[in-house]
Design a protein around this ligand. Structure first.
Ligand code: ZN
Length: 440
């Protein structure tokens, strides 16, 4: 038994015709043993002969878990298979991977039930019938014998991305790398002066788009006639919008066939508006989430296509939580789109009575003025790095960038940044200063 090389897409052998097995000699037995060994070695649950470069109608498949799930099936060697029946009217989406597409997972719609006649490894005829995972694997592997790959089953949607900030980065990355999207271009705000030097700084999305070698348009006003015409000429079927500060006009919303999908980092209708992540932490919420909505002309008010709830970690700050929500948001988008394009999602209207709004925070919000320790701890996690949480000593501000509560719920300051100086531990700070007065 030896491990054979698994061919990766694109490789013409994966697209070539295969032949029936006519004799079950030693060479075929060796090939079958090698295929089983190669599949198990790669942690796969199915492998077809073309994937190891052999144009013969042979499949091996196996899924056995220690916990014995209902999807388990024993090792099957399937030679010269023929599909006798499939449930044309009973189809479902299921996530699929393929050893010829490492790292790619796609939601693919296929008939749920299948009946296959085939020969075993000695040439004896038998029947396989299933409506669980094996049914899926058989269809996927029989496709391989006909030169069909899983990407042939997905609808590729011509997509345009609009975004600026960190929430948009994983989403843009996903749209670039996931074969169900064809990214036409990314639109982001023009470079703006930043920091003390006032040097022009690209948006986070512009930076990532350049790294990914994607066509980028830097724009002032997304709703200007000129930009809308430009978008029209790119002919997108879908627009994905994340972390973008401008309101989108009806003209633009109505332009793509599938509308605009927006990733919002809260469990809508809770926390509409500009600061859902910061507000969730500041309010001491234990959970939050991410929503995919269909953009409407009222901010964050569109119908909900999907949502994912996550727990807020006890010491998580706003940046960390936002990054986590961004990753989950990118995953959720990729999982939602196939159902959405197949018209298998019933969008849910947001319940008006449950709507709440978040505000833009300002530097004043970061000022500590006699709040209880619990509140200050939340402020430090929510309002860092911006606008920052501070108390004043004389006429200078001292920012607290990290703290926690001890068992008595007293505030333990960990890291501070005195105005105009570097960040330092509180211990270092105390070497030359008196303790900060935080609470009454
Ligand atoms: Zn495959």
């Amino acid at each position: 038994m030896k491990k054979r090389e698994i061919l990766k897409d694109p490789n013409p052998v994966l697209r070539a015709e295969t032949e029936d097995v006519l004799s079950f000699d030693g060479e075929i037995q060796e090939l079958i043993d090698d295929m089983i060994y190669t599949m198990r070695n790669a942690d796969g649950i199915g492998l077809a002969a073309p994937q190891v470069g052999v144009g013969k109608k042979i499949i091996v498949a196996e899924y056995e878990t220690p916990e014995k799930s209902e999807d388990d099936f024993p090792l099957a060697v399937v030679v010269n298979p023929k599909i006798e029946a499939i449930s044309e009217d009973d189809q479902e989406f299921m996530i699929e991977g393929c050893l010829s597409f490492p790292g790619t997972e796609l939601y693919i719609k296929r008939p749920k039930k299948v009946k296959v006649t085939a020969l075993d490894r000695w040439g004896k005829e038998y029947t396989l019938e299933d409506e669980k995972l094996l049914a899926r694997v058989l269809q996927h592997e029989i496709d391989h014998l006909n030169g069909i790959l899983m990407i042939d089953h997905i609808k590729v949607v011509k997509t345009l991305f609009i975004g600026n900030g960190s929430l948009g980065q994983p989403v843009l990355e996903r749209i670039t790398n996931d074969p169900q999207f064809e990214l036409l271009a990314a639109f982001t705000t023009v470079d703006r002066p930043a920091g003390r030097s006032g040097e022009l700084q690209p948006t986070m999305v512009a930076e990532l788009a350049a790294k990914l070698n994607q066509k980028t348009f830097k724009i002032e006003d997304i709703n200007s006639k000129e930009i809308i015409n430009q978008i029209k000429s790119l002919n997108p079927e879908l627009i994905v919008l994340a972390d973008f500060s401008q309101i989108i006009s009806k003209d633009l919303i109505n332009l793509p066939k599938y509308g605009i999908l927006n990733i919002h980092p809260s469990l809508l209708p809770k926390y509409r508006g500009p600061s859902p992540v910061v507000t969730a932490i500041l309010n001491g919420d234990k959970k939050t989430g991410v929503s995919i909505i269909k953009l409407s002309d009222k901010i964050d008010a569109g119908d909900i296509l999907s949502q994912l709830e996550i727990r807020i970690r006890p010491r998580e700050n706003a940046d960390q939580l936002k990054n986590r929500l961004a990753e989950f948001g990118a995953d959720l988008l990729a999982e939602t789109v196939p159902y959405y394009l197949a018209d298998e999602i019933h969008p849910i209207k947001q319940i008006e009575e449950k709507v709440s709004y978040t505000k833009k925070f300002s530097k004043e919000d970061g000022k500590i003025s006699n709040q209880p320790a619990e509140r200050v701890e939340l402020m430090v996690r929510a309002l860092n790095p911006w606008p920052g949480v501070y108390t004043t000593v004389g006429d200078k501000k001292v920012f607290i960038t990290k703290s926690h509560l001890d068992k008595e719920k007293k505030l333990v300051i960990e890291i501070v940044k005195p105005e105009g100086k570097r960040e330092m531990t509180y211990k270092e700070y105390l070497a030359g200063n008196s303790p900060l007065t935080i609470t009454e």
